[in-house]
Design a protein around this ligand. Structure first.
Ligand code: IMP
Ligand code: MG
Length: 188
């Protein structure tokens, strides 16, 4: 890693949600989601929000024994080293027509709620038969708690976290646990 990069200056803090706790939560979440789907002939359309949701979605879908199509949506809300939301943009392909479909959006974390609100508005315009969102983590801040989200893996304190798909400056997504990150080195 470039020693001058922001990620190189950052330091990892305590584990907030361990890999074991995440693994134990997956089948519970999957069961809730499958029962929300209900009966229907159509496949579920599962939309992982890239890039942060890739590990969560990969684990979750392997506990969901239903027919589904997986269509990625690439959005950006935290460009580079920003640690507060800077607004949402679609930066790549988005799912096609969702009208009449059962749609589950999967994201890594719910913070300001801008991402999920933006997606609900955008996808809702297609008039899907059902539309729900699932996040691995939700910060216990008013903006997140007041954003509609049907499935939440874990509520966490308002700290900047990395691991299990979540990044800082593009790094740390591969960590198996969710950990606190200190952007400017160890806390004093
Ligand atoms: P929101 O739009 O503010 O709810 O934020 C959603 C997006 O911001 C997530 O999908 C993440 O990509 C990013 N994000 C929010 N909080 C964190 C964090 O603590 N660590 C890493 N990324 C985060
Ligand atoms: Mg994200």
């Amino acid at each position: 890693m470039d020693p001058a990069s922001p990620a190189a200056r950052a330091s990892l803090g305590r584990v907030l949600v361990s890999a074991d706790r995440i693994a134990a939560r997956m089948p519970e979440l999957a069961r809730d989601i499958v029962s929300w789907m209900g009966e229907g002939e159509d496949d579920l359309v599962l939309v992982p929000v890239m890039t942060g949701a890739f590990i969560f979605a990969a684990d979750l879908v392997r506990h969901m024994p239903v027919r589904m199509r997986i269509t990625l949506a690439t959005l950006s809300s935290y460009p580079g080293t920003a640690t507060t939301s800077q607004g949402v943009r679609a930066v790549g392909d988005m799912p096609g027509d969702l009208s009449g479909r059962r749609v589950l959006v999967v994201d890594d974390i719910l913070d300001s709620g801008r991402t999920l609100r933006w997606i609900r508005e955008r996808f809702g315009a297609d008039r899907p038969a059902k539309l729900a969102t699932a996040v691995l983590l939700r910060k216990t801040v008013p903006a997140a708690l007041s954003t509609p989200c049907e499935f939440v893996g874990f509520d966490i304190p308002d700290e900047f976290v990395v691991g299990f798909g979540l990044d800082y400056d593009g790094c740390f997504r591969n960590l198996p646990d969710v950990r606190v990150l200190h952007p400017e080195g160890p806390p004093r």
